[in-house]
Write a protein that binds this ligand. Structure first.
Ligand SMILES: O=C(O)CCC(=O)C(=O)O
Ligand SMILES: [Mn+2]
Length: 205
């Protein structure tokens, strides 16, 4: 099934504001209607140019424990975990989703990092989305499709403050303000999980 702009229906009106110090995080479950999110998931799974990137950690090469694709406006280059990525041109499908997100949030995006967690063994380690090209106060719009996975947050200041949130199919998580400066996030491995796709829309300066 192919998603047309009309089928990318928005549903949820509920927004949860996470009460975390020095963070600005909102969670909207049911941002995308279930069937539209399912069709989006299937289409992205089949049509995305998935790659397994290599990252350098302490001088050693590692394959990332997930597949990804970086899409965005021509001419944007992006540093991510010591790799430079040139974006794939926008697909019609994701241009449509971007426009929906922009009108729903009032923010502008020029790129998206798409991650595929093939099963529970795929993960995303502790990090902040704080690359200099995302500016002082990065705005990240994160759409989740498929299997529910835990999104963990921890304070950088060693206070021990942490938070865990289950990111559901069709949900939107918005991170703004000082969130990336003071907090890290991760998607830990999980014993049993089906495939999940996450899209983080960003604005690269
Ligand atoms: O999969 C997720 O929900 C988070 C992805 C993420 O943090 C990233 O790609 O920077
Ligand atoms: Mn991130």
């Amino acid at each position: 099934m192919t998603n047309t702009p009309k089928q990318l229906g928005l549903l949820g009106k509920r927004t949860d504001v996470l009460q975390l110090p020095d963070a600005d995080i909102e969670y909207r479950p049911g941002f995308l209607e279930h069937a539209a999110a399912m069709a989006l998931f299937e289409q992205l799974l089949a049509e995305t140019d998935w790659r397994q990137e290599t990252v350098q950690v302490y001088g050693k090469s590692h394959l990332t424990p997930r597949l990804s694709c970086w899409m965005g406006d021509a001419g944007l280059d992006y540093q991510y975990s010591n790799m430079t990525m040139s974006p794939t041109p926008w697909s019609e499908l994701l241009q449509t989703l971007k426009a929906r997100l922009e009108s729903a949030t009032g923010d502008k995006f020029n790129s998206v990092l798409i991650n595929l967690y093939r099963d529970g063994a795929d993960s995303n380690g502790w990090h902040s989305d704080d690359e200099p090209e995302l500016g002082e106060s990065p705005v990240i719009a994160s759409v989740s499709l498929g299997a529910v996975r835990d999104f963990k947050l921890r304070r950088k200041n060693k206070s021990g403050e942490s938070y865990s949130l289950a990111l559901e199919h069709g949900s939107l998580l918005m991170m703004r303000g000082s969130t990336q400066r003071y907090w890290q996030h991760q998607i830990p491995k999980r014993a049993h999980a089906g495939p999940r796709i996450n899209l983080t829309f960003r604005f690269v300066y």
